[in-house]
Design a protein around this ligand. Structure first.
Ligand code: PLP
Length: 384
């Protein structure tokens, strides 16, 4: 067996697709230390610098002192502790929905929600660039899956017409992201909402990279466009701009009750720890405070500065800036060269993105100073 494993690994190496783990010996932040080298971090999804914020650390410590470390069981058995319910109340209030439900990760939220909402008689229609957890959720549900080219609403409409003609009784679930995780662009949400209403479909929107980045107080893209009340299933994660971990679904009371009763990744998994739930609640409180507003403005000021320094004529749509280089090895070499110069910028390769679409994925944080961004631009020079 070992030989067979080695052979598979060798194939990955020969295609520049082998990956390995790197130890970071410091907390997440502006600079991190890896292999005894301090690197300026342009690769984290901790857009607001909350992962190591004293407010969140304090909330987590207080929850440990009151509730201990483990939650002991799944939520339906005896694992629903006060911090879980307080977080869910706060999330529903923040997203202005009737109810909310937390999962141990965004990945688990997608799998659980999609499996609960659609089955083999139903249809899922999703964007080609949707995140792996949405693809896996669609597959696992057993529904018929139709993919439309990235942000192509014309093709989405023809899939909807097809579904209504060939599966008249089916539940039809449209799935997209608000900010695409490897491209940083936004979905044409107004048109998608119009179509899902015309064809009487449900819409699941994954706001993983929009929460804490877009919309009033960081509520997300749907909020920014005044469309939040039109989204049936608002999904996201607490692990990116919110700096903690865990996934969530926000929506109507009946949607959440249905998930509590049938989302397998919710039912058959131990509840998130009370410390992470309490830290996530603290992150939401921060977003709702004047300091939160300030932090969001700092992030967008950084994005503006970066766009100007790169000579872009249009503003970035999110905190994710891809620099597409094509060949896997080209992206790897670029990432290595940036590492040599003291920057952490990952090369993103197949299967995270399509073959020959390898790229540097740069993420900005509110913690970066304008000078850090200038230094990065200088180092990037030769790859642009
Ligand atoms: C990261 C991510 C997820 C998964 O969230 P986790 O909490 O990390 O499991 C889901 N969707 C998108 C678009 C993501 O980028």
């Amino acid at each position: 067996m070992e030989k067979a494993f080695e052979k598979q690994l060798e194939q990955l190496r020969s295609r520049s697709l082998f990956r390995s783990l790197k130890e970071i010996t410091t907390p997440q932040g502006l600079a991190v230390t890896a292999e005894n080298r301090e690197l300026l971090n342009f690769s984290s999804n901790d857009y607001l610098g909350l992962a190591n914020d004293p407010l969140l650390r304090q909330a987590a410590k207080a929850a440990i002192d009151t509730f201990g470390v483990g939650s002991g069981a799944s939520r339906l058995v005896c694992g629903t502790l006060s911090p879980h319910l307080r977080l869910e109340e706060k999330l529903a209030h923040f997203k202005r929905t009737e109810a909310a439900l937390c999962f141990s990760s965004g990945y688990a939220a997608a799998l659980g929600a999609m499996g609960a909402l659609v089955g083999p008689k139903d249809v899922v229609i999703m964007d080609k660039l949707a995140h792996a957890c949405l693809i896996d959720g669609a597959r696992l549900s057993g529904a018929t899956v139709r993919i439309f080219p990235h942000n192509h609403t014309g093709k989405l409409e023809s899939h909807l017409q097809w579904a209504r003609t060939h599966h008249p009784k089916a539940r039809v679930l449209v799935v997209t992201e608000s900010v695409f995780s490897m491209d940083g662009d936004c979905a044409p949400l107004a048109e998608i909402v119009r179509l899902k209403k015309t064809y009487d479909a449900l819409l699941l929107l994954d706001e993983a990279h929009a929460l804490g980045v877009l919309g009033n107080q960081g509520r997300g893209l749907a909020d920014a466009l005044g469309l939040a009340h039109e989204i049936d299933v608002q999904m996201g994660t607490l692990s990116k701009a919110l700096g903690t971990s865990g996934g969530y679904i926000c929506g109507s009371r009946s949607l959440i009750d249905l998930l509590i009763n049938s989302a397998r990744s919710f039912i058959f998994s131990t509840a998130p720890t009370p410390a992470t739930a309490a830290a996530a609640e603290a992150a939401l409180n921060f977003l709702l405070s004047p300091q939160g507003d300030q932090r969001l403005q700092t992030l967008w000021a950084n994005l503006h500065v970066f766009a100007v320094m790169l000579g872009r004529t249009t503003a970035f749509e999110s905190a994710i800036v891809p620099i597409i280089l094509g060949e896997e090895q080209t992206a790897l070499n670029a990432s290595k060269e940036l590492h040599r110069r003291g920057f952490m910028v990952p090369a993103i390769r197949y299967p995270t993105v399509a073959k020959k679409q390898a790229r540097l994925r740069i993420t900005l944080s509110a913690l970066h100073a304008h000078n850090d961004i200038a230094l990065l631009c200088e180092a990037l020079g030769e790859f642009l």
